[in-house]
Design a binder for this molecule. Structure first.
Ligand SMILES: *Cc1c(COP(=O)(O)O)cnc(C)c1O
Length: 353
């Protein structure tokens, strides 16, 4: 079989989605399944839907296009603010988008009007992580702007924490969101039906708090795909952490000195790692490099240590493990590693998603 190969267990993705959907349902929160780390794979989107997510979300228009053919036409939310230049494609491809900019909203409205469609909009609110979001004081004006756009329908508010500055979702910032929803509803005489509180980093709060307030949606990618929560990168109890496994082939095995010799400067990718061992190391090279996967989040098989990786070579200390040339080794993936593997033209996803 071809290598490197990213083996995907769709049943595990489905089960992870179902576990999270079932845990969040009692507190009144539904799940939007986020496929962006999987290139908008329709197979993965379908697995999430079988697991009970209420719709799909992705950060990129081409990924949403891949999801457009799925049975039952699930809602497809563009979770990154649309590029102004893509307004036309966005209203054709996404049922819904998350927005912060008046000029983009106007363009979406015009594009939707041209196509005789109605495009659903959530306004994103800044709650401290300092990535996308309208400052609290300006949200009311943004609501008024959307209400004047005949081809846009304001369905709710959203926020995103954790991704940029690691700000943790908690009772304080989530209460600000719920309070804002209620203020805007009474001020403008409307109902904001969807309150999307955040991403996988919100799970701990959502499942632990005494009161989720008005939050009734979370946009979940990492926890479904990898079974981990992003704040501490720890496994979530009851979820599979091995739905994705990267298989790569051994191309050299040799007993080599534990320490390099000669004067040392930088390596292909920055500072050299200190090598402290003595004697020899049973070293293997795997045909896998930074063009295939990110070292951040790459997990070697039990008993094997990663010594370094350049564009095309992964160097391992095999320890006591026996391996032969041509043998495959299986690696676990964290978020960064998964994203790189999914987007690398050199890695074959299997089954083809
Ligand atoms: C990536 C992203 C998500 C999903 O994040 P996960 O940590 O994978 O759950 C949700 N919302 C927005 C706006 C995102 O960019």
């Amino acid at each position: 079989m071809t290598a490197p190969r990213l083996e995907i267990d769709l049943a595990k993705v489905e089960q992870n989605a179902r576990v999270l959907v079932d845990r969040l349902a009692p507190v009144g929160i539904g799940v939007t399944g986020v496929t962006k780390a999987a290139l908008g794979s329709p197979g993965i989107g379908a697995a999430m839907l079988r697991g009970g997510v209420q719709g799909l979300g992705d950060a990129r228009v081409p990924n949403l296009e891949r999801l457009a053919g799925l049975d039952g036409s699930p809602s497809r939310t563009l979770i990154r603010s649309p590029m102004l230049s893509q307004a036309g494609q966005v209203v054709r491809t996404a049922t819904t988008s998350l927005n912060t900019e008046a000029v983009v909203l106007t363009a979406l409205d015009q594009a939707a009007a041209r196509d005789r469609r109605v495009h659903d909009v959530l306004l994103m609110v800044e709650l401290g992580d300092l990535r996308e979001g309208i400052p609290l004081d300006d949200v009311s004006a943004a609501v008024r702007h959307v209400l004047r756009c005949d081809s846009l329908r304001l369905i709710g508010l959203g926020t995103n924490l954790a991704c940029q500055n690691g700000v943790v979702p908690d009772d304080r910032n989530m209460a600000v969101l719920s309070g804002l929803v209620e203020n805007l509803e009474s001020l403008h005489g409307l109902v904001l039906g969807t309150v999307s509180g955040g991403n996988s980093a919100n799970l701990e709060w959502a499942l632990g708090t005494a009161d989720v307030g008005r939050v009734n949606d979370l946009r979940i990618g990492e926890a479904i795909l990898l079974g981990t929560e992003p704040s501490r990168r720890t496994p979530i109890a009851g979820l599979h952490t091995d739905a994705f496994v990267l298989h790569a082939e051994v191309i050299e095995v040799a007993e080599k000195p534990a320490r390099p010799w000669g004067d040392r400067a930088q390596t292909a990718f920055g500072e050299a790692v200190a090598r402290t061992g003595t004697g020899t190391v049973r070293q293997a090279i795997v045909a896998l490099g930074r063009q295939d996967v990110d070292l951040d989040g790459l997990v070697a098989p039990e008993g094997i240590a990663i010594l370094g990786m350049s564009s095309d070579h992964l160097v391992l200390d095999l320890g006591d493990r026996r391996t032969a040339i041509g043998e495959e080794l299986a690696f676990g993936l964290g978020y960064g590693a998964l994203v790189r593997a999914m987007t690398s033209p050199f890695v074959t996803p299997w089954p083809t998603p």
